[in-house]
Design a protein around this ligand. Structure first.
Ligand code: GLN
Length: 545
């Protein structure tokens, strides 16, 4: 949580935790998510984690899938100490092969047939006799025939000693294995993906029944532990500063800080002149009057717009100007706040910088990318930290986005804010293609406002992941009131996505688009045409610049 590595009360010390060791599968993080959805806390670490370096004991370990073959010379292997820990272990795909390999390094081979996609699994039960019954635990309560999802080319040639088969498919005679005496299990299919419809029950059997992990991971409980953790970290007098944007992450983080340390948390909203219509004002009202957050709003619109003037060629340049100016303004403001907070002679006693890092950012920086991978650190606050000598505090760093939303609701943050679509740091500057001028900002803002207002009125806001109006750098001819006009073109964009990595455009009905188009052309001066962007991602991106 803190950049210096000290963490007084990490969740894995408060909550029973299932450790997922990541062998590089693209689904590894989903295992963690599914467990959290079952209210069982789970954390992911790279497969290279040495267990003696772990300062806590997991209730169980899951070995993920991975793109390697266990019999390769440079294949990653789990720390053998995992098998000495005495906690249950479940291997998924590569993980199953890894367990088998650990006990008998001749039994995994390249299969003649690769198996990708759906498969039918037949569960084999052994009753209570010879094995004491625990081997049946993984499929307890599940039907004998299961639809599962597979993605593998290697397979087990034979069972390691003391293991028995607990499930089969036509292609994989050892699709599920279990140790006869110890709680060690392996499955060839992926229970974490939704294509394995009953996969979550299997993970539940493992985590709750077999590992006996308490299902107490709820946002209500997290709030209490997190507030205690922030207080322990910051101390009786420590002060924290953080930027807020009105987005869900920074608002939830700010509310948590306010509950933990009250006025000693200083929120800063920088109005960069390219926020949405009335946004700075609205965020101010909600955060101060509604939520009691100690907020400073800095109107730096002119400064930002002044620097953006004349920039027409390269969109990256806009992003850089806005990013750098933001850092300058934030640092100046932080200095002022520090002086006011402590009297000018003791300036700079704010020690901490709040950052709304989420678990996917953490996963991205630690996930296993292969034997030669270097560990990547995230650098989104790099610029701020360099100039400010602050320590980082990241109260959301264990949470997935849906957990942040649940936490927000739990903290009483208005629904509107909790479900707000993501909004880019450079704001509508990157939705104004071409030069950003005050007049272009006005047009883009008004059009966007109408579009979002209509989406909300039609009850579609939550079905859409991100929507906005962009202003194109072209002019088109139109006829308005019998007069020929030569005005600008607005492009509407709305996408559906679960992870923002891929996205599809939202299929509005014609009547809706007609209404939005009519309103924009009628109400926004300077616009004579509206088009709808029907490009998916890839090849498009969600934003236009
Ligand atoms: N590389 C291994 C195989 O092909 C494991 C694949 C996986 O974990 N998805 O069988």
């Amino acid at each position: 949580m803190a950049s210096d590595g000290s963490d007084p009360i990490p969740p894995h010390k408060t909550f029973d935790t299932i450790l997922v060791l990541d062998f590089g599968s693209q689904y590894s993080h989903l295992i963690t998510r599914r467990l959290r959805e079952l209210n069982v806390y789970s954390e992911m670490l790279p497969c290279t984690q040495k267990l003696k370096d772990l300062e806590w004991t997991p209730k169980g370990i899951i070995l993920s899938g991975g793109p390697y073959s266990v019999y390769w010379d440079d294949a990653p292997h789990v720390d053998p100490a995992a098998f000495e820990l005495g906690v249950p272990i479940l291997g998924i795909c590569y993980g199953l092969q890894e367990i088998a390999w650990h006990f008998d390094n001749k039994n995994v081979l390249a299969g003649e047939k690769r198996e990708y996609g759906h498969a039918y699994l037949k569960v084999e039960r052994h009753g209570d006799g010879q094995t004491g019954g625990h081997v049946d635990g993984l499929f307890k309560g599940l039907e004998d025939d299961m639809e599962v999802w597979m993605s593998h080319g290697d397979k087990l040639g034979h069972l390691p000693e003391d293991f028995i088969t607990i499930a089969k498919t036509i292609n994989a005679p050892f699709a599920g294995i279990a140790n006869k005496t110890k709680p060690l299990y392996g499955i060839q299919f992926h229970p974490e993906v939704t294509h394995t419809p009953k996969g979550k029950f299997l993970l539940k059997n493992f985590a709750i029944d077999i590992c006996q992990a308490k299902a107490d991971w709820t946002m209500g409980k997290f709030v209490d532990q997190e507030i205690a953790r922030i207080r322990a970290l910051v101390g009786e007098e420590g002060q924290v500063i953080g930027a807020v944007s009105g987005g869900v992450d920074s608002t939830v983080a700010a509310k948590l800080m306010q509950q933990a340390i009250g006025e000693r948390f200083h929120a800063v909203l920088v109005d960069n002149g390219v926020l949405r219509l009335n946004e700075a004002q609205q965020v101010k009202e909600t955060l101060t009057k509604g939520m009691g957050i100690n907020l400073t709003v800095v109107d730096a619109s002119e400064r930002f717009l002044g620097k953006l003037k004349g920039v027409t060629d390269d969109p990256e340049k806009k992003r850089k100007i806005i990013g750098n100016t933001f850092i300058e303004v934030f640092q100046e403001t932080a200095k002022k706040i520090a002086e006011e907070a402590h009297g000018s002679d003791k300036a700079g006693e704010i020690e901490w910088l709040l950052q709304g890092t989420l678990y996917p950012d953490v996963i991205e920086s630690i996930s296993f990318k292969g034997p030669s991978a270097t560990i990547k650190t995230h650098h989104n606050v790099g610029g701020l930290l360099e100039g400010m000598h602050l320590k980082l505090i990241e109260p959301l760093r264990e949470l997935f986005k849906d957990e942040v939303r649940e936490l927000g609701t739990n903290l009483g943050i208005p629904e509107d804010l909790v479900w707000r679509h993501p909004f880019p740091g450079p704001g509508i500057a990157i939705r104004i293609l071409g030069e950003v001028t005050p007049e272009q900002v006005r047009i883009a803002r008004e059009a966007d406002y109408i579009f979002i207002e209509e989406i909300k009125a039609a009850g579609l806001y939550r079905n859409i992941s991100q929507a906005f109006a962009a202003l194109l750098p072209v002019k088109a001819v139109g006829v308005m009131g019998d007069k020929r006009v030569h005005d600008q073109v607005i492009a509407l964009r709305a996408v559906e996505t679960t992870d923002f990595m891929t996205a599809d455009w939202y299929p509005f009905d014609g009547a809706f688009l007609k209404k939005v188009s009519r309103r924009i052309v009628n109400e926004v001066n300077g616009v004579c045409r509206v088009v709808y962007d029907i490009t998916s991602k890839p090849p498009g991106t969600i934003e236009m610049e």
